[in-house]
Design a protein around this ligand. Sequence first.
Ligand code: GLN
Length: 193
Amino acid sequence: MMTIGVLAVQGAFIEHEKMVEKLGYQVVELRNKNDICNLDGLILPGGESTVQGKLIKELGMFDQLKELIEGGLPVLGTCAGLILLSRNISNDEARHFQTLPVTVERNAYGRQLGSFRTTSAFGFLCDVEMTFIRAPVITAIGEDVKVLSRVDEKIVAVEYKNQMGISFHPELGEDTRVLEYFLQKCRNFSKGQ
Ligand code: GLN
């Protein structure tokens, strides 16, 4: 059975867990460094990136998680999780894992359009349901970063090696295809190990 670690220090981790379990995978909640073992994939959920970044360090998980990501463990960062992965944040001093060569802008939709739902293409998938909640957008990408999705010309999903960064919340709603796409990467990774 494959095991997916879901960072569970703050934010929308329960919804990810439910969807991953529904798709037939085992979930382990990562609350401190002793929880980090034998993972086939890692999910960094939405929430508040500043708080999450602080807690990851305080709970002693930062170095180990960064090492795993750099070693190729598939990781899906959604919303705040995308911010944690990003190399640069245009409107924040904080830096976190910095493993994904992109620049993000936090809370890029401003107050008026804080939250909304839409559908768009995601890689080869059509009409994927996307829920945005005070979401960041990706304003610049480095070499070898593949754009998976744009909404109104703005980049909202990318892939770089085994890392995926997504502005929206793929775990909300009924559409499981983005999670399935990620879990396929996890299966490929564990087969190669
Ligand atoms: N606004 C949050 C941040 O900048 C992200 C929002 C979310 O994860 N839904 O950290």
